[in-house]
Design a protein around this ligand. Structure first.
Ligand SMILES: [Cu+2]
Length: 689
């Protein structure tokens, strides 16, 4: 109604010429337009930008009502010489505009992360134009905590619906100097600020081992910060069926309580594991190869989740953007071969994906059909990257009846000997948006392990880059991403052999994404962690390493855990670092929203790390997403929550803040609500390599 009034009073609808989604909500008869990006279509009315545009509309109404003035449009132009400018119709900065404390961000909607562009929406923005292709601009009024949004099309000039009263000052002031646009628009800053060197690495410490009642070959962090650990149908071995020994470990008290789970008739050994959007844990297959069990922390109950159509064990799972679960592979149990994809969804159970066939993914891993323990990595295009452990990489499309597309081999074509080989029981972790670190593994079981490492980038196509080797060959190692984007490599052997601690690597290494090199931690573990060991990031910033063996009475059985305190928890002299504290943060956030958190003092970086569920070196649940943040004063920070569920999977994440030295807070557990989830419709893929 206010907009109609504005139109009457000033003879011009302030939204004229605007292309932002949600314009129709203001009374404009133009239907919402789906924004088109390479590889992504956002359905009208669902996307984060649409919500921001709607919020901007509301803000404009409020502003107009309070000031009695018509908010002017900001013009966003793409000049012929390739200079993009964002300026008012009068080409000047107004006092009004400054008072509103506005900021503008250039953002890549495919990634839903962004960089500060210019401090003032009426300042000049002069990036190299290729970085603006297909990007969007968002204007944020930090006082009102609202966003406005406009799409930027190359070689065109479109209007940005700014919520600020640009031009209200009548053009009497000089333009403020422009801030240079960071050429790398796509990501929030990498947090790792403190150097990783011999001195800082020497501060890392391992706790004394904590004994457990069972060998934890599987585990998951739960939404209350406790850790569920389990073995199989016996505490120290496997082979039977119908029940599982579990223990619930509390990192805060270093104590555990045991529970024998018989309710679901499921020996949860060599299973898939997935943390669901609502915090429940799904465990499928393994020794009881068709079974599905679901643990609900809120009721402390285990229930059956329906049988899989294809029984399996040694398969991998991953959560999908819509909250369903993909399982793939798994000839170790339930018969060999044809372990094609299936998807589980709450309410309807398992559904076969006849088009998601296993054949082209197989590795030479040994006696179990070559379909063990795949790395399955959901991406921003709505599909799942399968980067290994075989050398052939694929996109898995889980929509409809499913499809699989060969991408290329895991090979760096720019270096000699850049081709990776099969990397069975190696490791992969997404340490940043569309960035994964692959390490180690073996060509097939019973062989020497690799020491190699690759960075796989999969946000715009897929590319493979060989980086410096680890200090050690490793197979059965676990890789854990830290809040600052570094990755800890724990355990494993230099030569693959199950149920023995021969050739154990006792030193952990930390990989730094800024230098892309590994640094060995001088403090060694006291307990080997090989086959059937696990490792997970704790909400307190430490890393748990646990288990190994599960071979009855054999000497490789390790019914215990150790905690690694990484270097970021210490000062250079080895004393404990003072840690920033998140005083308040929302417990539930929505896609594309901006949320405020109150800190104990100044911090520089924020990151979300998804909670882990893991077994057999597979932890497809963990992933890290750095957040763009804005300091709005009084140690309060506004965080932009990404809008793309392909990257920011629904569910419970650990929110960490880090100070200028890289010291992390204890995490606040934040639920990414699937409510109003802006689903991405995958488009047909092309061969990228
Ligand atoms: Cu096993």
């Amino acid at each position: 109604m206010a907009i109609q009034g504005q139109k009457g009073a000033h003879g011009q609808n302030p939204f004229e010429g605007g292309r932002a989604n949600g314009a129709s909500k203001t009374g404009d008869s133009t239907p919402p337009k789906a924004l088109a990006y390479p590889g992504i279509r956002l359905p009208p009315g669902q996307a984060g930008p649409a919500r921001w545009a709607a919020e901007a509309s509301d803000a404009l109404k409020t502003l107009a009502a309070s000031s009695g003035k018509r908010p002017a449009r900001c013009q966003l132009c793409h000049a012929p010489e390739g200079v993009a400018a964002l300026k008012t119709s009068a080409g000047a900065v107004s006092k009004r505009n400054k008072a509103l404390n506005s900021r503008v961000y250039c953002a890549d909607p495919r990634l839903a992360v962004s960089k500060p562009c210019v401090r003032n929406p009426c300042g000049l923005c002069a990036p190299r134009c290729r970085h603006l292709q297909g990007l969007e601009l968002y204007a944020m009024n930090t006082k009102m905590n609202r966003w406005s949004h406009g799409s930027l099309l190359a070689a065109t000039c479109v209007a940005l619906l700014s919520l600020t009263a640009c031009g209200g000052g009548g053009g009497s002031e000089a333009e403020e100097p422009a801030a240079a646009l960071d050429p790398d628009l796509r990501r929030a800053p990498t947090a790792a600020r403190s150097p990783l060197n011999a001195q800082t690495a020497a501060t890392a410490r391992w706790s004394a081992p904590t004994s457990l009642s069972l060998v934890p070959s599987s585990g998951s962090v739960l939404p209350n910060g406790k850790v569920l650990l389990w073995s199989a149908d016996t505490p120290m071995g496997f082979g039977g069926s119908g029940r599982t020994y579990t223990t619930l470990f509390d990192p805060a008290t270093n104590s555990a309580s045991d529970r024998l789970v018989q309710e679901t008739g499921h020996a949860m050994f060599c299973t898939g594991t997935t943390l669901l959007p609502d915090g429940r844990l799904l465990v499928n297959g393994g020794s009881d190869s068709a079974a599905t069990s679901i643990y609900d922390l809120s009721s402390n109950s285990w229930t059956r989740g329906g049988n899989m159509n294809i029984p399996r064990g040694y398969q991998s799972n991953t959560l999908l953007q819509d909250g369903s679960v993909l399982t793939f592979g798994g000839s170790w149990s339930g018969g060999t071969g044809n372990k094609h994809g299936e998807v589980w969804s709450s309410g309807s159970g398992w559904r076969n994906l006849s088009g998601l066939r296993i054949d082209s993914t197989l590795t030479p891993d040994g006696p179990w059909g070559g379909d063990s323990h795949y790395w399955l990595v959901p991406a921003g295009n709505g599909k799942v990257l399968h980067p290994g452990p075989g050398v052939r990489m694929h996109w898995l499309d889980t929509s409809g009846s499913g499809a699989i597309t060969y991408i290329g081999d895991r090979t760096d074509p720019s270096v000699q000997n850049g081709a990776d080989g099969p990397s069975v029981a190696g490791s992969f972790v997404m340490y940043d948006v569309g960035r994964g670190l692959k390490t180690g593994g073996v060509h097939k079981l019973g062989q020497a392990a690799r020491s190699n490492a690759y960075v796989i980038e999969f946000d715009k196509g897929v590319s493979v880059r060989k980086v410096a080797d680890m200090a050690f060959q490793r197979v059965y190692q676990n890789s854990v991403v830290l809040p600052d984007g570094r990755v800890v490599l724990i355990g494993g052997q230099t030569f693959e052999a199950q149920f023995t601690d021969r050739d154990s690597v006792m030193s952990a290494e930390i990989w730094d994404p800024t230098t892309e090199t590994f640094t060995t931690l001088p403090a060694a573990m006291s307990v080997p962690r090989n086959y059937h060991s696990i490792a997970m990031l704790m909400p307190d910033g430490r890393v748990m390493a646990a288990g190994g063996g599960l071979c009855g009475g054999c000497s490789a059985n390790h019914a215990d855990l150790q905690m690694l305190s990484p270097p970021y928890l210490f000062n250079a002299d080895g004393s404990p670092a003072q840690r920033p504290v998140i005083n308040t943060a929302p417990s539930t956030v929505r896609y594309g929203s901006v949320v405020n958190v109150a800190m104990s003092g100044p911090v520089t970086d924020f990151a979300l790390v998804r909670m882990s569920s893991t077994t057999h070196t597979i932890n497809n649940d963990q992933r890290r997403i750095p957040l763009l943040s804005a300091d709005i004063g009084n140690n309060i920070y506004s965080l932009q929550i990404p809008s793309n569920p392909g990257w920011l999977l629904p569910g419970v994440w650990m929110l960490f803040a880090m100070d200028a030295k890289g010291v992390p807070s204890v995490a606040k557990l934040v639920s990414i609500s699937a409510d109003g989830l802006p689903l991405i419709q995958p488009v047909p893929s092309h061969h990228h390599l």
